[in-house]
Design a protein. Structure first.
Length: 212
């Protein structure tokens, strides 16, 4: 399954194709306008007409790039989250798990991803189509990345062979989103406590050889 980074690279390749400068310029202008409006207004107050006016394009131009406003918002969320999803092989399961916690912390607290997500959160919760798109892109990309972390941890002998990657995603990234929405410190100490707890629960039992 394609990761967020792969999706982003494909988008860059399309943008680099010859003969599309005006179209690509409009595409980026619309994404920028959507981001700026969502940073200032609740999602339900930001319509296609407002985005078009801020981007300096017609509504028809927007609909040539995105069939619905939900699709536009989804691409914006993926673009903002994408740079904070990938976790390279660090040679250490603990350090990779720390990255799985720190990456969403940085995205939510240090970039526009957090404020934009807050702006659309009620719609994600109430709009099944947008929620499904969010799960199929941002959430799935994070699950895929953490699944690789768990796989490497099993092969290193750090984790049990039956460690569940989906549950690991929820245990590592879930607390970050909980604190982001409901309050609480999001820092390295919190990340370390989450990782230590997950590692203790997923650790390989002594005397059990990792599955190769």
């Amino acid at each position: 399954m394609a990761t967020a980074l792969a999706v982003s690279r494909r988008a860059e390749q399309v943008a680099a194709a010859p003969g599309r400068p005006r179209s690509d310029q409009a595409h980026q202008a619309v994404l920028k306008a959507t981001r700026e409006l969502l940073l200032r207004h609740p999602s339900d107050e930001v319509g296609i007409e407002h985005i078009a006016a801020r981007a300096g394009v017609g509504k028809a131009t927007i609909y040539r790039h995105w069939p619905t406003r939900d699709a536009l918002v989804q691409e914006l969320l993926l673009n903002l989250a994408g740079p904070h999803i990938e976790i390279p092989d660090k040679g250490s399961t603990r350090e990779e798990m720390r990255a799985a916690v720190l990456n969403p912390i940085r995205a939510l607290t240090k970039t526009d991803f957090g404020p934009v997500l807050l702006a659309v959160l009620t719609q994600v919760a109430s709009n099944p189509r947008l929620a499904e798109q969010f799960r199929a892109t941002v959430v799935r990309a994070r699950r895929n990345t953490i699944a690789e972390v768990i796989k490497r941890g099993i092969l290193r002998g750090d984790l049990r062979a039956d460690a569940d990657a989906d549950v690991a995603t929820e245990l590592l990234a879930g607390p970050v989103y909980f604190r982001f929405i409901f309050g609480g410190a999001l820092n390295r100490d919190f990340a370390d406590r989450v990782v230590d707890t997950v590692l203790e629960g997923f650790a390989r039992k002594k005397g059990v050889r990792p599955r190769r």
